[in-house]
Write a protein that binds this ligand. Structure first.
Ligand SMILES: [Zn+2]
Ligand SMILES: [Zn+2]
Length: 268
């Protein structure tokens, strides 16, 4: 088995604790041949990772991993890039990275990975806002990959809410517009498997959302485990691979120097 995992955090992210070189050693055992590393660049003042990014430390860490036998790709995960990209860009040198991933964690002062917004607010309204903000991200940010679309299911599950709804039925035109924009701008959709290790037991996005992306002509897909710690390293890649195949795709991809390159899914 050989996977390309495009969402792996190292100890350069304040909420993760494994050095890149150790992750590369573990990758060889887990059948991962390419790691797309990311570091959080979070500029929402209430975020746990706020201002926790040091480009020099991160790149030094990745340099050490280069000779490990695993292909190392250099990436960043920028939080709310439609709001903070200018500020974020002052903290990194774009030419040093293979890819930039955009992520939505916050809607105003609500962390949607957490239960709090869902305990006090109308959850349908929050989900709609999430997609409205996501549309702004794909319209206005210079990103290569949209991370973990639908990660509000984590917060909803924590709040005891059901997450087995289909947002392509609730907000069809909004989600179609997001995908049309991504396809037009060459932004890839990430299939993030971290929800498979959480009580909600689903990928972000769900299969239904991924099927709509395929139907609309979306072809750029990346697979990411969102690894933060040893116990969840590279979790769910095989299931993610099967899910992508079951939605009609034959390949997925990586970004090297901002260029998308496709690779066959396993099992072809
Ligand atoms: Zn994230
Ligand atoms: Zn992440």
């Amino acid at each position: 088995m050989k996977f390309n995992d495009m969402h792996v955090h190292t100890s350069s992210s304040p909420d993760a604790d494994l050095p890149a070189v150790e992750l590369c050693g573990m990758a060889l055992e887990a059948g991962v041949e390419t790691i797309g590393f990311v570091a959080h660049v979070d500029l929402h003042p209430s975020d746990y990772c706020y201002n926790g990014f040091s480009e020099s430390d991160y790149l030094e860490e990745l340099d050490l991993a280069e000779s490990s036998g695993v292909r190392v790709l250099r990436g960043l995960e920028v939080g709310e890039p439609h709001i903070f990209m200018d500020k974020a860009e002052s903290l990194f040198t774009e030419s040093r990275y293979d890819f930039i991933t955009g992520a939505l964690h916050w809607i105003e002062d609500g962390l949607i990975l957490d239960e709090a917004p869902f305990l006090h607010g109308d959850h349908r309204e929050i989900v709609e806002k999430y997609y409205r903000e996501t549309l702004k991200i794909v319209q206005y940010s210079s990103i290569n990959i949209l991370a973990h679309m639908g990660i509000f299911r984590r917060g909803m599950t924590r709040a005891g809410l059901a997450v087995d709804f289909d947002e392509t039925i609730l907000f069809p035109s909004l989600i179609r517009e997001i995908f049309a924009t991504m396809i037009h701008r060459g932004i890839a959709l990430e299939v993030n498997t971290s929800g498979l290790r959480r009580p909600e037991k689903t990928t972000y996005p769900t299969a239904g959302v991924l099927r709509l992306y395929a139907e609309l002509g979306g072809r750029r897909i990346t697979l990411g485990s969102d690894t933060h710690k040893q116990e969840n390293a590279f979790f769910g890649l095989s299931s993610g691979n099967s899910l992508i195949r079951s939605c009609g795709f034959t390949d997925y991809g990586i970004f090297v120097r901002s260029e998308y390159a496709s690779c066959p899914l396993l099992g072809n």
